[in-house]
Write a protein that binds this ligand. Structure first.
Ligand code: AP5
Ligand code: MG
Length: 215
């Protein structure tokens, strides 16, 4: 099964994708995570992406579709893919069709996380992750069980994203409205769009997604 998680910055795409990885053995393909890794490693892609990401704009369609193609080729044929943060433009949606078709894969669901944009700034500015294993946390909604210690790996080092400030978040949201939301009708016409309440608590959102996958 191959699915897209669609929603604005802070909607919970990464949070829900990592649960599906743990619960169902699916593979998370997050272009944001891949680009951040490239920036950190100082690769040519990372050098091109860094300033764009810090401003909240979108990295070029060629770059992101290129890295998605590479990841699909590395995947086990039987594993399902969760596209997190991709596609984000009409051109990327068309590229994804080609990338999947060339590999004999179908798209099963496009799950839209419906959220209230005003609440997202708080979600994003409060977000932090374990620097070692990447587990996601939030200052208010998901603190580690023991203060300063990662629940998963026990590390005491955490980090925050360079683009998680209010000004950049507003730009990222405007990009979502202008370039990403318009791809929904493409998938609606194919009957693939399913909606979940992204404002419910994290466990409830997971339950709603699992119900779609199990239907
Ligand atoms: P990317 O990394 O994809 O960022 P984004 O789309 O802005 O989304 P986020 O990762 O911020 O949010 P999320 O939906 O994953 O939320 P999360 O689960 O963490 O992209 C970053 C940048 O890379 C882009 O701006 C662009 O420059 C570039 N880029 C990436 N892909 C690209 C592409 N395809 N094309 C071009 N450029 C691309 O949740 C947020 C917080 O809320 C967490 O702290 C979490 O604990 C908490 N939370 C989650 N769910 C809930 C809930 N239900 N209730 C309460 N709190 C919750
Ligand atoms: Mg994310």
């Amino acid at each position: 099964m191959n699915i897209i998680l669609l929603g604005p910055p802070g909607a919970g795409k990464g949070t829900q994708a990592s649960r599906l990885v743990a619960d169902r053995g699916m593979v998370q393909l997050s272009t944001g995570d891949m680009l951040r890794a490239a920036v950190k490693a100082g690769t040519p892609v990372g050098l091109q992406a860094k300033a764009v990401m810090e401003s909240g704009g979108l990295v070029s369609d060629e770059i992101v579709s290129g890295i998605i193609g590479e990841r699909l080729d590395e995947m086990d044929r039987d594993s399902g893919a969760i596209f997190d943060g991709y596609p984000r433009t009409e051109a990327q949606a068309h590229s994804l069709d080609t990338l999947l078709g060339d590999r004999g894969r179908d798209l099963d669901h496009v799950i839209e996380l419906e959220v209230d944009e005003d609440a997202l700034v708080e979600r994003i500015t409060g977000r932090f992750t374990c620097a070692k294993c990447g587990e996601g946390y939030h200052d208010k909604f998901k603190l580690p069980k023991f203060e300063g210690v990662c629940d998963v790996c026990g590390s005491s080092e955490f980090k925050r994203r360079a683009d998680d400030n209010e000004e950049t978040v507003r730009t990222r949201m405007a990009e979502y409205r202008a370039k990403t939301a318009p791809i929904l009708p493409i998938y609606e016409a194919r009957g693939l769009v399913k909606r979940v309440d992204g404002m419910a608590d994290i466990d409830e959102v997971t339950r709603q997604i699992e119900a779609i996958l199990d239907a």
